[in-house]
Design a protein around this ligand. Structure first.
Ligand code: PRX
Length: 631
């Protein structure tokens, strides 16, 4: 048996010993009594009775040995700023931030919603919440006010932290008005809004009595020291909302101790990042990758982390490689879409920089196509590791683990089950195991390993119903992804089993888009499907039936209606969910029992065979779809 196979086997068959060893990678204020409490399946409690804190592990414990080492380097090609914070400086910033938050009455277990651009204060705020035992919920800055309001009502934060504006490609996105609108829409708005005023929005107007100015409070609390609040391992660290089959996003709840251990462990065995080295993750703090591998993971490991605000192509397509070279990054983490964007640029941009520091490039979030994998692999000449995971898991499910055993990259596959995961590939709802080369649903036999979601925020029942009900009679976590395994054990991901699509690595529920479009007054019915896109992986495409056909009877009015519908999506969800096109039909393909034939619709949109249509109610719907697509 290979070293990795043995490592993986031990993680499943000898959980206690395995995770006791891994748990040594972090500081415990009080040691845990038990590795795992699994007395209430599928709810797992890791490191029971242990007390720890994410902020302490990310900052305080490094002060003695690496206080003067850069902890966080903020690089903005939007404002042309580069600012480095040592661990000691980060400690000061986070203490100050924690004091400001605490002064608003926020403490252990209270929620704080963050709606922030990629600025250092976003990381300070997250770490400050962790320090206080407050539960942060970061909402991606690209989401619209209505999405933000839904999350406010679910998390019911005491405080909301935002900035006047973000920047994208030189264009300002005013955050504060979006927050004002979200608070207007919310049933349970926070009492206070803390605003980091970057001076970008010249019309910035604070709401008297509600909005707090960060700079002013930072002066008041300049030298504040805030003691760490020690949390029991299972106490929540954060909530992060993600899309699913229904229109209502789920609050993925993460614990504290299990997450810290999983991250520390993955930094070693998977990412191979050493203390003192630099990690560059190109995601956003609003996504799970940003939580785990911009903020917490690299800092827990004592690395320098890079927080980059800007596009991969501005000022030119060499910017990321310049950052790698300037900061001698050893680990880089990005997304397939970003690499596809760079692939379209002149390769000379890459050749300009000395990238010899880089040991691995990790890619995740969406399928990595072979041409892109080959291209970046040949260009970098280091292993490019495709790895697969989910917001729910917080760290990789499938990957190579070069820290345990150098492994051969196989194009198209994210590798093997990560240690801790008892992964199954199931042929059907009866839970029968798929054989090699046979397509199945990727499932995890619980307990889910440390670091994974512990429940849906405020809704234990939804956690069980959503994730553990795909295989009746068997308690198994469904990833909602299809997969197939080859004879060597490499697993390949074949797409989602549900209505979730992946646009440029961003996970979006087609139902959410449909619900948003329904908000337009002239929409009778709508279907949204994900259509393959050479750059972004997938793009949403909408088929709409209107109530009043006179509003689409000329080319100009149709274009106008399409524009309006897109604007509705922008305002309900955000531009990231905007369909590439809205095509008008008078009939959608449905079964006789009224179920939308989504797969057929998607197949037609991608120019494939629509498959079995024996259940279709009215075949004329297909002709309409074909006609609309041709137009
Ligand atoms: O469908 C899988 C796809 O993205 C989903 C999870 O997205 P999200 O919650 O945003 O988490 C991303 C964390 C990296 C998965 O269910 N996915 C993620 N990674 C891959 C992938 N599909 C194919 N290959 C991958 N490497």
């Amino acid at each position: 048996m290979g070293a990795y196979a043995d490592f993986h086997r031990r993680s499943i068959t000898d959980r206690d010993a395995f995770w006791t060893e891994e748990a040594r990678r972090i500081d415990w204020h009080r040691p845990f009594d038990r590795v795992l409490d699994y007395s209430n399946p599928p709810f797992a409690k890791w490191f029971v009775g242990g007390q720890t804190n994410l902020c302490h592990n990310a900052i305080d414990r490094h002060l003695a040995t690496r206080g003067e080492q850069p902890a966080l380097v903020y690089i903005s090609t939007e404002t042309n700023t580069e600012k480095s914070y040592t661990y000691r400086e980060l400690h000061t910033e986070v203490n100050r931030f924690a004091a400001i938050i605490a002064a608003q009455g926020v403490g252990r277990g209270d929620r704080v919603l963050l709606y922030m651009p990629m600025i250092p204060e976003a990381a300070f705020a997250m770490l400050a919440c962790a320090r206080l035992g407050a539960v942060h919920s970061v909402v991606f800055g690209g989401f619209a006010s209505a999405s933000c309001a839904t999350r406010i009502d679910d998390a019911r934060p005491k405080l909301l932290i935002t900035a006047d504006a973000g920047l994208r490609g030189g264009r300002a996105i005013h955050y504060k008005p979006l927050v004002d609108e979200a608070i207007r829409l919310a049933k349970y708005p926070p009492q206070k809004v803390l605003v980091v005023n970057r001076g970008i929005d010249k019309d910035f107007k604070p709401v008297p009595g509600r909005d707090l100015d960060y700079a002013e409070l930072a002066r008041q609390h300049a030298t504040a020291q805030v003691p760490v609040t020690w949390l029991e391992s299972s106490e929540p660290s954060y909530i992060l909302y993600t899309s699913g089959t229904t229109g209502k996003p789920k609050g993925v709840q993460r614990d504290t101790g299990g997450y810290a251990v999983a991250l520390a462990s993955s930094m070693e065995h998977i990412y191979c990042g050493k203390p003192g080295e630099t990690m560059f993750t190109t995601s956003d703090v609003g996504w799970v990758v940003g939580h785990s591998y911009i903020v917490y993971g690299p800092l827990i490991q004592g690395m320098t982390t890079i927080l980059y605000e800007g596009l991969p192509t501005r000022p030119d397509a060499g910017i990321w490689w310049k950052i790698v070279a300037d900061h001698k990054a050893t680990v880089m983490f990005s997304s397939p879409t970003a690499i596809r964007v760079l692939k379209k640029q002149d390769p000379a941009y890459m050749a300009k920089y000395d990238l010899s520091s880089l040991r691995h490039l990790f890619l995740a979030g969406e399928p990595l196509d072979e041409p892109t994998h080959r291209w970046i692999h040949d260009a970098l000449k280091v292993p490019v590791i495709d790895h697969y995971w989910q917001t729910e898991t917080g760290w990789p499910i499938l990957s190579l683990a070069p820290g345990i055993e150098p492994a051969r990259v196989k194009y198209g596959s994210p590798g093997f089950p990560v240690y801790g995961y008892d992964l199954r590939l199931l042929r059907g709802p009866d839970g029968a195991e798929a054989t090699d080369q046979e397509k199945g649903v990727l499932a995890i036999a619980p307990p889910l390993p440390p670091g994974c979601m512990t429940t849906v925020w405020g809704d234990d029942e939804r956690f069980v119903k959503t994730y553990f009900s795909d295989f009746p009679g068997k308690l198994l976590y469904s990833t909602f992804d299809w997969g197939v395994r080859d004879q060597e054990g490499y697993t390949f991901i074949l797409g989602r089993t549900d209505d979730v699509i992946n646009v440029a690595g961003h996970r979006i529920g087609t139902r959410e888009i449909e619900e948003a479009i329904q908000a337009h007054s002239n929409i009778a019915e709508v279907a949204v499907v994900g259509v393959a896109d050479p750059l972004k992986g997938q793009m949403p495409l909408a088929f709409a039936v209107v109530k009043d056909a006179s509003k689409i009877d000329t080319d100009a009015s149709r274009a106008q209606q399409e524009k309006e519908i897109m604007a509705v999506v922008d305002s309900q969800l955000g531009a990231i969910a905007r369909p590439s096109r809205v095509l008008f039909v008078t009939l959608l393909p449905k079964t006789r029992s009224g179920k939308l034939l989504r797969r057929s619709l998607q197949a037609l949109a991608e120019g494939r065979d629509p498959g079995d249509l024996t259940t279709i109610e009215d075949p004329a719907a297909l002709e309409q779809i074909r006609g609309a697509l041709k137009s």
